[in-house]
Design a protein around this ligand. Structure first.
Ligand code: IMP
Ligand code: MG
Length: 185
């Protein structure tokens, strides 16, 4: 698959993704039995994972959204802005954040602080993907990652390259070998 001159190869099929999401759903259903958590979905990338995960939840659930924008300078510390504030009252609530990917962890560090500021009783994070080798803020490691991946760029299943490819039902990973073969040649 090619997008903007970059080659990507299929990394997880829809069937494999469904199995991974099912495993996380099982853990959350077990841990939150008898509770009424509010799920905060981080827009835009998490929309597809959230849709699949929430359909597998067996406890009473509430769904809210938040939209973040992170500015990361080359050398400077990144800054995070809430472009859509949390769309629910989360005072004294058990919050489960649904994210597409934890990369440096900058966005999640901001969001967890913000949710506690808003009065959340507990905050845990499920992220479809987690790049442990890219993590710069250990407090942002997700409690419920569906899949750990290497420090490489991925698209599809909600994740974008310049707003493209979010709709693809498979997950694709940047194919370095294609680039190297071009350079070697
Ligand atoms: P952070 O560095 O953990 O704050 O991640 C910031 C955001 O970068 C994520 O929420 C994603 O939207 C985006 N991002 C990080 N890695 C990837 C990737 O491999 N593909 C697509 N988006 C990514
Ligand atoms: Mg994101």
């Amino acid at each position: 698959m090619e997008l903007q001159g970059m080659h990507f190869k299929e990394y997880k099929t829809p069937q494999e993704i469904d199995t991974l999401v099912g495993q996380v759903a099982g853990q959350i259903n077990h841990d939150y039995q008898g509770l009424k958590p509010v799920f905060v979905v981080v827009l835009t990338g998490a929309f597809m994972y959230a849709s699949d995960l929430l359909r597998k939840m067996t406890m009473p659930t509430e769904v809210a959204f938040v939209k973040l924008r992170s500015y990361v300078g080359t050398e400077t510390t990144g800054e995070v802005q809430e472009t859509v504030p949390v769309t629910a009252d989360i005072m004294d609530r058990d919050v489960i954040v649904i994210e597409d990917i934890i990369d440096t962890g900058l966005s999640m560090r901001y969001l967890k602080k913000r949710l506690y500021q808003l009065g959340a009783k507990t905050v845990r994070v499920t992220s479809f993907l987690f790049k442990p080798d890219a993590l710069q803020y250990p407090e942002s490691a997700p409690e419920y990652p569906a899949l750990l991946i290497p420090h490489q760029f991925v698209i599809g299943y909600g994740l974008d390259l310049d707003q493209q490819a979010r709709n693809l039902p498979s997950l694709y990973i940047y194919d370095k070998s294609k680039v190297e073969s071009v350079i070697v040649r």
